[in-house]
Ligand binder design. Structure first.
Ligand SMILES: Cc1ncc(COP(=O)(O)O)c(C=O)c1O
Length: 401
């Protein structure tokens, strides 16, 4: 039974709110991203607003519970972005003594800017290495800790004593039936608008390690002990300090708002259907593009993995009669949005100069190719084969001209 207020909210949402986000978009354009939220999210967010409680509260904690359950881990700590999740997670790894300040951490040369920066910001030494030509994610065996980015939803298969996952764009991806974010010691997710599910801006850390989770809870919120599960122990050990302002870590303020938590709670209910649709699109678009026999490479799902289809990457052959810039411009003219494959080769970005103590291991031929000839178009749970056909018809026309 709804209260009068709840009913009033529902009446407005039903009149003005978005229809079901799984409804198909028309296949006239290929945008980078589409909204993923529906009426349940708006109702919960409005309820949060009307309750007067806007900062991290019960809805954020409920979202954390649901996200941990979906990923298959014991602990999830919500923050205000994927970049924050990475920074908090890596800082907590040092605080718990698992990593030492200054220690080398392997980072893929093809990745997002803040994946690399967060390693340095946490006080570690990033070592850029090249990625696997078949997945554009890292692969292989390393002696050092690794921050493995599951690139655009394609799982990185890495062996290392300390696997730290950047699953920011890989919600629901799997290796051997285990979800990314639950494979390594800990994982980071982003819930930015364009991701599989969204909280507007937002992120989360996932782990089975209770000590690491408590360190993350302090680091995300001023360093205080308030949300830690071992809070009582801290209070007992420091009876002279008012427990309301008892600080255990040199933290930041990177909390998720209650409105984001409200949206996230209901997004988790939708994610599995979204990932299944994206995966199906990914596989079938790969087949469609391959059937065109163009000098253009796609990246099908690797054996033993589930591809989460965050975006649809492609790479021109060296022999292609058109440049990357020309092809992207032609696609954009046809209402197909394009982007570089994340930061492409991070080693040549001007910001890389400013990263202290960074290293590069070996040549980076795949990262260089991604830089020169790679790009992606959007993928979405609201797309189908019809959108793949639009992409293919455009590619055919461009290469024929
Ligand atoms: C691999 C990866 N890591 C980190 C991030 C950063 O996430 P956010 O934009 O939420 O800070 C992104 C963003 O898309 C990403 O793709």
């Amino acid at each position: 039974m709804r209260t009068e207020r709840e009913q009033a909210i529902w009446d407005i949402i039903q009149q003005y709110g978005p229809t079901d986000p799984t409804l198909l978009e028309s296949a006239q354009t290929l945008p980078l991203a589409l909204p993923s939220f529906g009426q349940a999210e708006i109702a919960e967010a409005m309820d949060a607003l009307l309750s007067g409680w806007l900062t991290m509260g019960q809805r954020v904690f409920e979202f954390e519970k649901r996200w941990a359950q979906y990923i298959g881990v014991k602990e999830s700590i919500a923050v205000n972005s994927g970049s924050s999740a990475l920074l908090v997670m890596l800082s907590a790894m040092i605080e718990c003594g698992y990593l030492k300040r200054g220690q080398e951490v392997i980072v893929p040369a093809v990745g997002w800017s803040t994946s690399l920066f967060s390693v340095a910001q946490a006080g570690l030494t990033p070592v850029l290495v090249d990625v696997d030509p078949d997945t554009l994610s890292l692969s292989g065996s390393f002696e050092e800790p690794v921050l493995a980015i599951h690139m655009l939803g394609n799982p990185a298969q890495v062996e290392t004593p300390w696997l730290l996952e950047d699953a920011c764009g890989a919600h629901g991806a799997e290796i051997a039936g285990r979800k990314t974010g639950s494979i390594g010691h800990c994982g980071a997710f982003s819930f930015f608008f364009s991701h599989h599910i969204t909280t507007g801006e937002g992120g989360a850390i996932t782990t089975d390690d209770a000590q690491l989770a408590d360190a993350c809870r302090s680091i995300r919120a001023h360093g205080w002990v308030r949300e830690r599960n071992d809070r009582q122990q801290w209070e007992n050990n420091h009876p002279q300090i008012d427990p309301r302002f008892l600080f255990a870590s040199m933290g930041y303020n990177l909390r998720m708002t209650e409105i984001s938590g409200a949206i996230g709670m209901h997004q988790v209910d939708r994610i599995e259907g979204f990932v299944q649709q994206r995966r199906q699109n990914h596989q079938s678009w790969c087949e469609m593009v391959n059937a065109l026999n163009l000098p253009l490479r796609v990246y099908p799902e690797a054996p033993n993995t589930r591809h989460a289809g965050f975006a649809f990457p492609m790479m021109l052959d060296e022999s292609a009669p058109i440049t990357r810039a020309q092809l992207c411009a032609e696609l954009e003219k046809r209402n197909i949005q394009t982007r570089p494959i994340s930061g492409a080769n991070l080693a040549i970005q001007p910001a890389f100069e400013k990263v202290p103590n960074k290293k590069i291991r070996g040549d980076l031929p795949v990262a260089t190719a991604v830089q020169e000839r790679g790009f992606f178009v959007g993928q979405s749970h609201a797309f189908t084969d019809a959108h793949g056909e639009l992409l293919c018809a455009s590619l055919k026309e461009i290469f024929a001209s």
